[in-house]
Design a protein around this ligand. Structure first.
Ligand SMILES: NC(=O)c1ccc[n+]([C@@H]2O[C@H](COP(=O)([O-])OP(=O)(O)OC[C@H]3O[C@@H](n4cnc5c(N)ncnc54)[C@H](OP(=O)(O)O)[C@@H]3O)[C@@H](O)[C@H]2O)c1
Length: 341
């Protein structure tokens, strides 16, 4: 039997989560300005979910989908001793990617660097597209496999990089769109802090960035016949989950809009590119202990944040599982389940 929740299991779990969550909830009493996708939004979440479940709503859709409340999700994994969630090494075998040619954007630091390190460790050829290189990166993948000076908002630079990738070697098996940006302040209407420039910047990097890179790879004919186009997105792009993760607060407009736009662009790419044989997959990488989330380290433990080396294995595990039948899906790398739009 797999670890998917039946409705009754979900109800039982949420009752347990609600009774255990008081301390956890109080730890979130002052989360103003926190990236709400990373935090348990409000203390009433588990209770709300119980009421919803009692009304017949099953947010797991019978077990195909993961749950919105991140604290409850992590607590459930511990309660179930879910090895897939708690120890990716128990299921991960990177061997399928050995010998493959893989492009990673933003592979110079954070999760992207961890993915690059893991790919090198399993014997893949890694080509890193980034804004700035480093001696460490060049020692890792080889100087000629670093395409630096490429901002994913610069169409010309991205197109040039794709053409160089094509002329420098064999076909690309996997493209991992990892480069991303999260504006630090939480902008809201109520305190008149909306920052439209930052919102557009996030949309440009996080939504148009992967579209530019994937389009450049397709149009430069750099891809292998059955190439996989991986887009690292975020649960922040789920509109359904805003009523849990941003309940009664909203905020972080650019962050959420950029990932929702990223997701719909991913689905459109999946539809357009299926006939070419390319798989497009949208991956939420889980909560990783990187520079992007450093200011929230006080919730790393409670939310199940992992070292990027673990996050990298999670991403690569789902990359290996991706195939044309799953093209256009939005997957949570923590548990391998779908996230609702
Ligand atoms: N960490 C998490 O828990 C988490 C959760 C959900 C989703 N994600 C997503 O996972 C990805 C990696 O996140 P991370 O935590 O590793 O973030 P990070 O530590 O902030 O690293 C971001 C990476 O993206 C690159 N980048 C930013 N803007 C760029 C641009 N305009 N052009 C090219 N590269 C650019 C950065 O390059 P520079 O060094 O040049 O700045 C860096 O390599 C991001 O897409 C993020 O949104 C992360």
């Amino acid at each position: 039997m797999n670890n998917y929740l039946t409705k009754s299991c979900l109800l039982a779990f949420l009752v347990a989560a609600a009774s255990n969550n008081c301390n956890i909830a109080s730890a979130f009493a002052n989360t103003k300005g926190a990236p709400t996708s990373f935090v348990k939004a409000r203390s009433a979440t588990a209770t709300t979910a119980i009421a919803a479940a009692a009304d017949g709503f099953d947010e797991t859709r019978g077990g195909t989908h993961t749950i919105a409340d991140q604290v409850a999700r992590f607590a459930r994994a511990k309660e179930e001793n879910n090895e897939r969630y708690l120890d990716i090494k128990s299921v991960y075998d990177g061997g399928d990617l050995s010998g493959k040619r893989v492009v990673v954007t933003g592979g110079n630091r954070g999760l992207g660097l961890a993915i690059t390190k893991e790919l090198v460790a399993i014997g893949a050829s890694v080509l890193v597209i980034c804004r700035s290189s480093s001696p460490e990166l060049e020692a890792l993948v080889g100087q000629y496999n670093v395409y630096s000076g490429v901002d994913v908002t610069d169409t010309e630079a991205v197109n040039k990089a794709a053409k160089r990738v094509k002329s420098d070697g064999g076909a690309i098996d996997v493209v991992i769109n990892n480069a991303g940006y999260f504006y630090v302040p939480c902008d809201t209407i109520n305190d008149d802090s909306l920052n439209f420039e930052e919102q557009l910047k996030q949309i440009n990097i996080c939504a148009l960035g992967p579209l530019r890179v994937n389009a450049a790879m397709v149009n430069s004919k750099a891809l292998a016949d059955d190439a996989k186009l991986v887009i690292i997105t975020s649960q922040a792009g789920s509109a359904e989950w805003r009523t849990t993760q941003n309940k009664d607060e909203g905020g972080d407009y650019g962050h959420h809009m950029s990932r929702a736009a990223c997701n719909i662009a991913g689905v459109l790419q999946a539809e357009e590119l299926r006939k070419k044989g390319y798989t497009v997959i949208l991956l939420h990488p889980g909560f990783n202990r990187t520079t992007m989330t450093k200011k929230y380290e006080h919730i790393w433990d409670i939310e199940g944040a992992v070292d990027p080396s673990e996050g990298a294995k999670r991403v690569l595990h789902e990359t290996i599982l991706a195939n044309i039948e799953k093209t256009g899906k939005f997957i949570n790398c923590e548990d391998g389940l779908e996230i609702p739009w």
